[in-house]
Ligand binder design. Structure first.
Ligand SMILES: NC(=O)c1ccc[n+]([C@@H]2O[C@H](COP(=O)([O-])OP(=O)(O)OC[C@H]3O[C@@H](n4cnc5c(N)ncnc54)[C@H](O)[C@@H]3O)[C@@H](O)[C@H]2O)c1
Length: 316
């Protein structure tokens, strides 16, 4: 029986621990369990977060536990891995991540899970696809945060450039959570206006959106606050059945002319997880950029297959 109030986070490092803290501070659930191969680290992170909840007065149980805790969790967040090093692309992490994820999903299949799985581990699109296939779950139940963080970065850059609040901007970064990501500028609205009205330098906005992650890594060797808040908002949408549209890395099944692998596209998010994919009208130029990004994902997905052969055949 699924406990609707319980979230398990696998991987209690920079990302996992910050996700736990963001969830707890917003009281988005009643129980948060941190699990890690390093049990002492998971326990210490949980204790540290519990300390932080006293003065704000948040009544959430935060503790460490075993992987078996995933069996009855409403949401499972996969944040295993290690941070990128300066100069490393997300795709450079493919081999290490796939080996970790292969071992992890073997255990999860043994335990059996009934909830929704959100993957954060990089390379995000390939790992989300790999986890979904290994767990043999429906596409609405296993997806990656994909370009959710990239979209936050794009919005804050645009907001600064146009001197408006980020809250007035709607738009999405699509494709790979990585260096081939693209912005659907034709769909961006700034206070209801087309972004042409603000005469922004699109190439510069895209370049900055792509490079912020590495700038942060160069300065502190990890990124954690942004992805934690993005993930917490995603969990909120699911727990509260908010039906917000968010860009997620889901299995494409003909949408945007692509099929059989994960890429970042806008999804309607509610208690069913990624309930449907929103089909934006991209310009021919944007479609070409999206297709090129998909090709990068495709090629690396095939590489992932050669690292650890899957019993299930890759589709597409
Ligand atoms: N998608 C995004 O937007 C985004 C943003 C930031 C980081 N990331 C990715 O998140 C991942 C984690 O980054 P981090 O900075 O937290 O790394 P980290 O090294 O700080 O933490 C990773 C944790 O995973 C644990 N771990 C490894 N294998 C495990 C397993 N099988 N079971 C349980 N725990 C296991 C490690 O012990 C470690 O504590 C990386 O792949 C990173 O690139 C993604």
């Amino acid at each position: 029986m699924i406990k609707q109030n319980k979230i398990v986070i696998i991987g209690a490092g920079h990302v996992g621990s910050h996700c736990a803290q963001a969830l707890a501070m917003q009281e988005l659930c009643g129980e948060i369990v941190l699990t890690d191969i390093d049990k002492d680290k998971a326990a210490a992170q949980a204790e540290d977060i519990v300390d932080a909840l006293v003065y704000p007065g948040r009544s959430v149980v935060v503790r460490s536990g075993n992987l078996e805790e995933c069996a009855d969790a409403a949401i499972i967040i996969v944040a295993v891995g290690r941070p990128r090093k300066p100069g490393q692309t997300r795709l450079d992490m493919l081999e290490d991540s796939i080996r970790m994820i292969h071992a992890l999903t073997e255990q999860l299949n043994f335990i059996g899970i009934g909830g929704i799985v959100i993957t954060i581990t990089n390379p995000a699109d390939i790992v989300a696809d790999y986890v979904r296939r290994r767990l043999k779950l429906e596409r609405n139940r296993v997806f990656g945060t994909g370009t959710l963080l990239d979209t936050a970065r794009m919005i804050r850059i645009l907001a600064k450039e146009c001197r408006v609040s980020p809250c007035t901007i709607q738009g999405y970064v699509l494709g790979e959570h990585g260096d081939s990501s693209m912005i659907a500028f034709s769909q961006v609205r700034i206070g209801g206006l087309d972004c042409e009205a603000y005469n922004v330098d699109k190439e510069q906005i895209l370049e900055k959106t792509r490079s912020i992650g590495m700038d942060i890594i160069r300065g502190k060797l990890s990124t954690e606050f942004g992805i934690a808040q993005a993930c917490a908002q995603l969990c909120r949408c699911i727990m509260k059945d908010e039906k917000r549209v968010m860009p997620l890395s889901v299995l494409l099944d003909g949408e945007y002319g692509q099929r059989g692998f994960h890429a970042g596209v806008p999804c309607l998010v509610g208690q069913g997880g990624a309930e449907s994919v929103i089909r934006l009208s991209l310009t021919p130029g944007e479609k070409a950029l999206f297709d090129a990004s998909c090709k990068t994902i495709w090629q690396h997905r095939d590489k992932a297959l050669s690292i650890v052969p899957l019993k299930t055949r890759w589709r597409g």
